[in-house]
Design a protein around this ligand. Structure first.
Ligand code: ATP
Ligand code: MG
Length: 432
């Protein structure tokens, strides 16, 4: 076969490479999150990317979008049905139960990693995407609902996003209250059958609450007038919700109550919330979560109250980029060390290692790969470094280096090797 006939293998549709030009922004975001989790007393849990299919079918719910049409499910060589995880909560619950983490104790956990859903790829919607999530177990009061919402709010504050996102809140009540409401709602939809689209007609018997979530403009008016779950809450759920909103108000977090917020997954009860933005078009939800007190029991454990959320990293990165909220200086390089010719290579390597030992925070790139002096200088210029440290025959003989400023027209200067580290430290402290 001729070379040109070989078909190039490409990445799978909807699954993205993260390129070196993008990764500094991801790392910046992830570092903020990691630090925040420590500050709020959450511990990381890592679970496998693949689980038994039954785990997701049983937890997320058979009649949800995810289980009906979005899962990557396959038989392994042993004919066992496995699924690439579409979300993190089910795996988290499975792992916590399996390792006795829920036995007579509370947990505040967080996770991070790729999720897989067979969706139509578009901006902010991919087939492999990444979430960071928190899950708490063993707390039944509204204080923990507030705590996880406040954690997310602090993240938006620290990223400069707070004024660009809205907290939407609702309560789904107890499962009994929801069942009663479901009947009321179905009766209402039956009266307006002619307005329902095909999807909604199908959901009328399988998952009528999800109809409220529809974005179909033709149904908007009918949905706005539908009976509201908020008016059908059981007394305890109502109190839980009122206490939560009081706590949020006390800390100064504003919210809007969205009676149509029902969330796509079956396992939620009481508090549900989403952080949404107008800056990303229709993919506007950046973080979503709520309470799921029934899930642990549903998966075979003891009844355990639980609250959590998941945020979509791609959407948040996109939002931060759109709003130009990333600091300019992330992921760059401070100093470029450059042997002026091949004879200076060893001296330059030695110097670079010395500087890295003396200045552990310094981002130093050593020129490798030879080339003419001119091409070496070009590489220094192309790096983000603000300074180049040049070593040639003269410098080596004089136990010094030439310090060249790459981003302004300050005069270059000779610096003795003995004081180079402290000179760099001072210069960098004044430029940043
Ligand atoms: P949507 O209504 O946008 O489909 P969802 O309700 O399916 O979202 P969740 O399961 O709650 O989403 O996941 C939490 C978050 O993960 C979402 O708010 C979003 O930010 C992100 N997310 C979900 N699906 C995708 C996807 N296919 N690509 C990128 N991010 C996603
Ligand atoms: Mg979805």
């Amino acid at each position: 076969m001729s070379k040109s006939a070989v078909k190039k293998i490409q990445a799978i549709r909807g699954m993205n490479d993260l390129l070196p030009t993008d990764s500094p922004r991801w790392q910046f975001f992830e570092a903020k999150v990691r630090q925040l989790m420590l500050r709020y007393g959450f511990n990381e849990i890592r679970t496998p990317i693949v689980e038994q299919t039954a785990l997701f079918a049983r937890s997320i719910g058979e009649v949800t979008d995810i289980v009906e049409k979005e899962m990557y499910t396959f038989d392994d060589r042993n004919s066992e049905s496995l699924t690439l995880r579409p979300e993190g909560t089910a795996s988290c619950v499975r792992a916590a139960m399996e390792h006795g983490l829920l036995y007579n104790q509370t947990q505040r956990l967080w996770y991070q990693g790729p999720m897989f859903r067979y969706e139509r790829p578009q901006k902010g919607r991919y087939r492999q995407f990444h979430q960071i999530g928190v899950e708490t177990f063993g707390f039944d009061g509204p204080d923990i609902d507030a705590e996880v919402i406040l954690l997310s709010a602090r993240l938006w504050q620290e990223l400069g996003l707070m004024e660009h996102v809205t907290l939407e809140l609702n309560s789904l009540g107890s499962s009994e209250a929801r069942a009663a409401y479901r009947d009321t709602l179905v009766a209402y939809f039956e009266q307006h059958r002619e307005v329902l689209d095909e999807d909604s007609k199908r959901r009328l018997t399988s998952n009528p609450l999800r109809i409220l979530d529809s974005k179909n403009p033709a149904m908007a008016e009918m949905l706005d007038a539908a009976p509201q779950l908020m008016d059908h809450l059981d007394a305890e759920s109502r109190q839980h919700f009122e206490q939560l909103t009081q706590m949020l108000e006390a800390v100064g977090i504003s919210y809007v109550i969205n009676p149509r917020l029902v969330r796509g997954l079956d396992y939620y009860c009481r508090t549900v919330f989403e952080w949404t933005t107008n800056a990303l078009g229709s993919q506007g939800t950046v973080c979503a979560g709520g309470r799921y007190d029934g899930l642990v029991e549903q998966l075979g454990g003891k009844p355990t109250p639980a609250v959590g959320f998941a945020m979509g990293i791609e959407r948040l990165i996109l939002l931060l980029e759109t709003l130009k909220l990333f600091p300019e200086d992330i992921g760059g390089c401070d100093v470029f060390v450059l042997p002026m010719d091949d004879d200076a290579t060893t001296a330059a390597i030695t110097l670079a290692e010395q500087l890295r030992s003396e200045l552990p925070e310094l981002r130093l790139q050593l020129h490798c790969g030879g080339g003419s002096f001119k091409s070496r200088m070009k590489k220094a210029d192309k790096s983000d470094a603000s300074m180049a440290v040049l070593l040639g025959e003269d410098e080596i003989a004089a136990q010094s280096a030439t310090l060249k400023f790459l981003r302004d027209d300050r005069e270059q200067q000779r610096v003795p090797l003995a004081t180079l580290a402290s000179t760099l430290r001072e210069l960098l402290a004044t430029t940043t």
